[in-house]
Design a protein around this ligand. Structure first.
Ligand SMILES: [Zn+2]
Length: 375
């Protein structure tokens, strides 16, 4: 999420970034409000007012999502968790918090903070909107307040749906966790609740689409699909986090990866199948210092007729471009550098000396082993 996003500011020391998809939402929301919503409901107002209100309402929409995430982030920080930032994207916002809360109580307060902030903002808007309404419907300020009130109430209520990883699902998980003292079990059931709700949304959407309104039906079905996808992804992420937690690189690194001489020819390396071992990329060491890593992908990227003339040094990924880890680093931190297709193995250094390599395959094997142990 951090890639393709640009920082738009800082609030209480927390960086706020906007994902490129959010710019799309902002433009779409402004155009819809200025071009369709306000002209439909308030045709008596001039076009300039429609545009101004469209922009103002979009900005308040942005502020509403930000307020919701800020509430999560501030509570998380109060609980001692590290908040990397808030990212706004097409479907709303996300608080990037580097670890999961350590107790059910902490999880509950953190999860409920967002919807409480949204519902409170909705209530404040309603209180301001009411007098404006009573003085005569149709004033621009009342129109904006009414809309923003609706947005905040929907934001609060939608997020209270009791399916993980939505806020309501996190509340449900906290309760199950408190009762069972088993985070993985609690996450499994909070995810099942989400998937059940998703199926109900899709079924109701299909029914509504056929019987009453195709557009509303499609919306409901889309929400169901979104909920199902996020539930599955959220569950996988938690599984990986809980299974890696408390383990270090030293436990699973490969200690006997042979170092490659930097001056060996690529042809020789290919002929001897040196890159086909478990290490999936070999370290190049010269005078005791790590020069880089040669992976099968880097070898294949070289023109085949050049293999006899080119050396490992010419094809390697230089050490400066590699993520380096150390034996005492937690697996949770180290695996972040291993994600992505064809990620090269991580050299493990201790006091400047190469002591092992950490490969994606090792991490996957470790996760499978943990899964079989925990049943
Ligand atoms: Zn939330």
């Amino acid at each position: 999420m951090s890639s393709h996003s640009l920082q738009v500011g800082r609030l209480f020391g927390i960086p706020v970034r906007a994902h490129v998809s959010w710019l799309l939402l902002f433009a779409l929301a402004t155009a819809t409000l200025a071009g369709i919503y306000f002209p439909t409901y308030y045709p008596q107002w001039p076009q300039g007012v429609h545009y101004a209100l469209g922009l103002a309402t979009s900005l308040l929409l942005f502020a509403s999502v930000l307020l919701h995430e800020l509430a999560h982030s501030l509570v998380a920080r109060h609980q001692g968790l590290h908040v990397q930032g808030i990212v706004l994207f097409l479907l709303g916002g996300v608080s990037e918090i580097s670890s999961e809360p350590s107790t059910p109580g902490a999880e509950l307060v953190m999860a409920i903070a967002g919807p409480v902030a949204s519902l409170a903002a909705g209530a404040v808007c309603a209180l301001l909107w009411l007098p404006a309404m009573l003085q005569g419907h149709g004033q621009p300020l009342a129109a904006v307040l009414g809309y923003v009130c609706g947005i905040n109430l929907s934001l609060g209520l939608f997020n209270l749906i009791p399916g993980f990883p939505l806020d309501g699902g996190r509340v449900l998980r906290a309760i199950l966790w408190q009762r069972s003292h088993n985070l993985e079990w609690a996450t499994r059931w909070a995810t099942r609740a989400a998937r059940l709700i998703a199926v109900l949304c899709i079924a109701c959407g299909a029914w509504q689409g056929v019987t009453t309104s195709l557009l509303n039906g499609l919306w409901l079905a889309a929400i169901g699909c979104f909920l199902d996808t996020t539930a599955r992804a959220g569950y996988q992420q938690v599984l990986i986090q809980t299974r890696l937690a408390g383990h270090t690189v030293a436990e699973i690194m490969i200690r006997d990866c042979p170092a490659l001489s930097p001056d060996r020819s690529l042809q020789e390396i290919a002929d001897q199948g040196l890159l086909q071992g478990a290490c999936h990329g070999l370290p190049l060491v010269e005078n005791g210092a790590l020069l880089g890593v040669l992976t099968p992908q880097r070898l294949q990227a070289q023109p085949r007729h050049e293999w006899p003339r080119r050396t490992a040094r010419q094809a390697m990924i230089p050490a400066g471009e590699l993520h380096i880890t150390r034996p005492s680093q937690t697996l949770l931190e180290a695996v972040n550098a291993l994600t992505g297709d064809n990620a090269p193995p991580l050299p493990v250094l201790e006091d400047g000396q190469l002591v092992g390599m950490l490969t994606p395959e090792r991490v996957v094997a470790f996760l499978k082993l943990q899964a079989s142990v925990s049943g």
